[in-house]
Design a protein around this ligand. Structure first.
Ligand code: ADP
Ligand code: MG
Length: 224
């Protein structure tokens, strides 16, 4: 599904060059469940952002489902992202003024799904993450675990084949983190490729493959 060849990403900070990724090569098959681990600053988020087409490499090639997506235009990139990729973040990134249902509906709205179709799909998505009762709540009225479940429902709204999560349990207590991971794992069991950045050894051990980053490189990649 994913093939990275010699991907590098440098950030210019003042007059300093930060080498966030150094010629990373990686291949990932459809349906995998992968944990990305490693110290802070090792390049995990940079790697996930590139995989999610939220960022571009300086050099190297990214092939997604057999198509080179490295040189796509902004418009083409946005379309691939919308059709194939769901993203879950540590701090949820919900729109504060929109209800849970409206947050989940947002990608459908942007994709031009008609209102009559959106409603039942949003209801279904909220039911899948156990939040039917919270549809009309604002983010400020929800707990951390509920917020993350809304974010997962939003990420799944376009049925993406690739689900990327950057420390999805990093802001949750352990029990809530387990709940959130089991929702994500359920989606993986139903076929989505799941890639999760985590500092939690327990989460790391549940994945079937672990990639350990250090200083912009893959230090270790293997079965857990
Ligand atoms: P991790 O997620 O493993 O903590 P990151 O991928 O966020 O690491 O960062 C890798 C390196 O790149 C760090 O040195 C970080 O400071 C730097 N970096 C990441 N994003 C940016 C950015 N937008 N601008 C400047 N430097 C960045
Ligand atoms: Mg990070």
């Amino acid at each position: 599904m994913i093939q990275l060849d010699n991907i590098s990403r440098t950030f210019q900070v003042g007059d300093q060059q930060v080498l966030a990724l150094r010629e990373v090569s990686l291949s990932i098959a459809a349906g995998e469940y992968i944990a990305i681990m490693g110290p802070s600053g090792s390049g995990k988020s940079t790697l996930l952002n590139l995989l999610g087409l939220l960022d571009r490499p300086d050099s190297g090639r990214y092939t997604l489902d057999g198509r080179d997506v490295t040189g796509l235009t902004e418009v083409e990139t946005a379309r691939v992202r919308r059709e194939k990729i769901g993203f879950v973040f540590q701090f949820f990134h919900l729109v504060p003024r929109l209800t849970a249902a409206a947050n989940v509906a947002l990608p459908l709205l942007l994709a031009g799904v008609p209102a009559a179709e959106r409603k039942p799909r949003v209801a279904q998505l909220l039911a899948e993450v156990g939040l039917s009762e919270r549809a009309e709540h604002l983010p400020s009225q929800l707990s951390g675990g509920q917020l993350q479940r809304v974010a997962i429902a939003r990420a799944m709204s376009m049925h993406p084949a690739l689900l990327l999560a950057d420390e999805p349990t990093g802001n949750l207590d352990r029990a809530t983190g387990r709940e959130v991971m089991s929702v994500l794992e359920g989606l993986n069991q139903r076929g989505a490729t799941l890639i999760v950045i985590t500092h939690d050894q327990e989460v790391g051990a549940r994945a079937r493959r672990r990639i350990v980053m250090e200083d912009g490189r893959i230090l270790h990649d293997g079965a857990t």
